[in-house]
Design a protein around this ligand. Structure first.
Ligand SMILES: Cc1cc2nc3c(=O)[nH]c(=O)nc-3n(C[C@H](O)[C@H](O)[C@H](O)COP(=O)(O)OP(=O)(O)OC[C@H]3O[C@@H](n4cnc5c(N)ncnc54)[C@H](O)[C@@H]3O)c2cc1C
Length: 416
């Protein structure tokens, strides 16, 4: 580690941590290091959708001509077509929502890590303690390693250790940890030819995401990996609340038939049940979220990505807002001239990011209920609800957002 002016540790090398590292590593006065607990930097899970706001934020710290998304095999989605999947109007198109690209998670992480110097990436480093110091933090890792940094950014996911540190003094009864949101989902990746032959080739004539809304459940499929694979998702209201801490449970054909009982005979359910079960083991996963987060920072410790605002996936926005977090942190750190200004930067970050990200968490949970038919399946009502639902996410003016963060930073810095 060299002696640059400001030393920053990022904990967690997922999409959030890798994005933040890209936003910071090229700043001449910042020495950034990423610590990942896993033996190698890796992403589990199938696809992630990156909408236009996320792409604009990414472009702010990785020039588009680097082709990160293209190299990751991202497929531009024509739209997300939202259709009724059950009931008397099954098959009726409700709305064509403008979306962005669909990309395989592992491929995106690979391309985000590629520009980063190897010497700043530290796998096999699980953070186990944060000791605040007079100026900065001492970080303790499971292998006994100790490092001093001027600040730490927690990008360590929904069960974040850094988050626990930030809220270590929460009053009894105040729980800021993750909790179930009331839904489960099951995801599977299948080859395009298999999806076409099972669901019907007309559903794959365009590069489109299909989202099927219905009674108690939701089905989605989209194309990725340079049009070779299809992500298939079944999701539903978690009526039994039967998940343990593992958040995972076996899903059988009988479960699926019961969940999609009123969908059978419609345009999508039977084929999707076959595709869902066409894997060695089929599991459903409980969706968890952070319901309340009173701050994204404490002194020299800050939270981003799922560590700050884990959300259900119904708005498809979690990774996108993590990229926005990275953009704002990058803009603030570009303007810091001394470690003493870091807390003012984190405070400015908290001011602009927390209201937006909390809105994503809350809107997403409500969207889950809407998509699982909890507010009814009336086509006109659904159309009115859905047509403007994503506007606050997609229409963010990134430059104005950055300037707002800078305005707060200047104000807090001058008042220190
Ligand atoms: C089913 C599903 C579908 C989704 N679909 C979309 C979508 O379409 N679009 C979208 O924008 N978002 C989507 N999201 C949200 C998105 O996946 C997440 O918001 C994003 O991946 C979070 O990235 P992260 O880096 O913050 O967290 P993580 O991916 O959880 O990464 C955290 C990293 O920190 C490491 N770590 C943990 N603890 C420690 C420690 N103590 N020390 C060191 N390292 C540690 C972990 O090993 C991990 O690598 C979806 C989420 C889910 C669950």
């Amino acid at each position: 580690m060299d002696n640059k002016l400001i030393r920053i540790a990022i904990i967690g090398g997922g999409l959030a941590g890798a994005s933040a590292a890209n936003a910071l590593f090229h700043l001449p006065h910042v020495d950034v290091h990423v610590f990942e607990s896993a033996p190698e930097f890796s992403e589990r899970g199938a696809a992630v959708g990156l909408s236009v706001n996320a792409q604009r934020a990414l472009n702010a710290f990785i020039p588009p001509d680097k082709g990160v998304l293209q190299k990751a095999g991202a497929v531009a989605m024509n739209s997300s077509r939202i259709i009724l999947g059950s009931g008397k109007d099954a098959g009726t198109v409700i709305f064509d929502l403008k979306t962005g690209v669909c990309v395989h998670r592992a491929s995106l992480l690979r391309e985000l890590l590629r520009p980063l110097p190897k010497e700043i990436l530290h796998p096999n480093k699980k953070l186990v303690a944060i000791n605040p110091k007079a100026s900065g933090v001492e970080l303790v890792f499971k292998d006994g390693a100790l490092y001093d940094f001027d600040a730490v950014i927690g990008a360590d996911g929904i069960f974040s250790f850094v988050r626990q540190h930030v809220f270590r003094d929460a009053a009894p009864g105040e729980d800021y940890g993750p909790s179930p949101a009331g839904f489960w989902d099951c995801r599977n990746l299948v080859p395009l030819d298999k999806a076409k032959s099972t669901l019907g080739k007309e559903l794959f004539e365009d590069d489109r995401r299909y989202s099927w809304i219905g009674d108690g459940a939701f089905i989605m499929h989209d194309i990725l990996e340079d049009r070779t694979m299809v992500q298939c998702i079944v999701s539903a209201i978690d009526k039994q609340q039967s998940f343990t801490e593992s958040r995972k449970s076996i899903l059988t054909r009988q479960d699926l038939n019961e969940t999609l009982n009123t969908w059978l005979g419609g345009p999508i359910a039977s084929g999707m049940i076959d595709l869902t079960l066409n894997q060695p083991d089929t599991y459903k996963y409980s969706q968890w979220e952070h319901k309340t987060t009173p701050t994204y920072f404490e002194d020299r410790v800050c939270l981003m990505g799922d560590a700050a605002h884990a959300s259900t996936p119904w708005m498809g926005a979690g990774a996108g807002v993590a990229v926005e977090d990275a953009m704002v942190l990058g803009a603030l750190f570009a303007n810091i001239s001394s470690p003493k200004e870091i807390t003012a930067a984190f405070k400015a970050y908290d001011m602009v990011r927390r209201p937006r990200c909390q809105k994503v968490v809350d809107t997403s949970r409500e969207t889950g209920l809407l998509f699982c038919g909890e507010f009814g399946l009336d086509v006109a009502e659904l159309r009115a609800e859905i047509s403007t639902r994503w506007s606050f996410i997609l229409d963010l003016d990134m430059e104005a957002h950055r300037q707002e963060a800078m305005k707060y930073f200047t104000q807090y810095k001058n008042n220190q």
